[in-house]
Design a protein around this ligand. Sequence first.
Ligand SMILES: [Zn+2]
Length: 236
Amino acid sequence: MDNRTPCPICRTPNISYASAGANTSEINCPRCGRYQIQAFAETQLHNSPPAFPPAHLLSGLCRNTWDHLGEKVLITVDLFKSWADLERVAKLPVPRDTDVVTKGEYLLKHLRRRSKTLADRVSFTPHELACGFCSTKNELLFCLRYLADRGWVEECSAANRKGPPRDAITFRLTPAGWRHWPLRPLRPNHAPWCRSCWIAKTSLSGRKGSPPRRRPPDMWRSGLRTVNSSTKLMTS
Ligand SMILES: [Zn+2]
C-alpha cells in the first residue's frame, strides 16, 4: 500500500492507496471515503479533469455511498459523460447545485450518525464538505443554517471559538432534530439508510445554479477544486 499518493478526486494528500485488481485501485480518503477507480479514469482526473462532474459531486457520492451504504463506488470514465450516466451508477441521489433540501438531509444524517448521545457536538472540517456535497465552507454553512432555521440543529458557538480542530464548525442536533430522526421511514433490518424511502421524500428537481462564489479561508480550499457557473473545473 502506498500512502504518499494524493486522492485523484479531491487531491487530499497521503491517502491510502492499494491495488484492487487489474487496472483498478482502491482508495481510502478522509474526505471521499472508500472507493475504487479504474486506471483510465484516474489518469484523466490527474491529467485533464473532465468538465463533468465537478469534483465535489464525485467526492460527495463516494463519501456518502461508503458512509451510509458501506459500498464502494467504482469510478470509471463512463461517469464523466452526463448527469444521466452519473445517476445510472449512483445508488444515492446526487443533489444539483442549489438543492439545499437534499444537501441538508445528507448533513442531518451525518449529524445523527456522529451523535452517540443527546447534545453531542459534531465538528465539520474540510473533510466533511463531502458529507453535504458542498464545494466551499460557505456553502456548507449555508446548508447547516438551513437546518438551523428548520429548528433541527444549532451552532455551538463557544466550541467554534476555541475548540480544536482549528477552524472547524461545530453543530449539534436540537431536541426537534432528534425527534425528526425517528420520523424517517426506517424499518427493521434496514441499513441506516434506505434508498427507496430517501428518494420518496426527496425532490430532485434538476434546478441548475452555482455554488457561492466567496472565497473561503485557505484551510477550506486546500486540495478542493471548485466549480464556476459554466461547470468548468479550476484548481484552487
Ligand atoms: Zn478524496
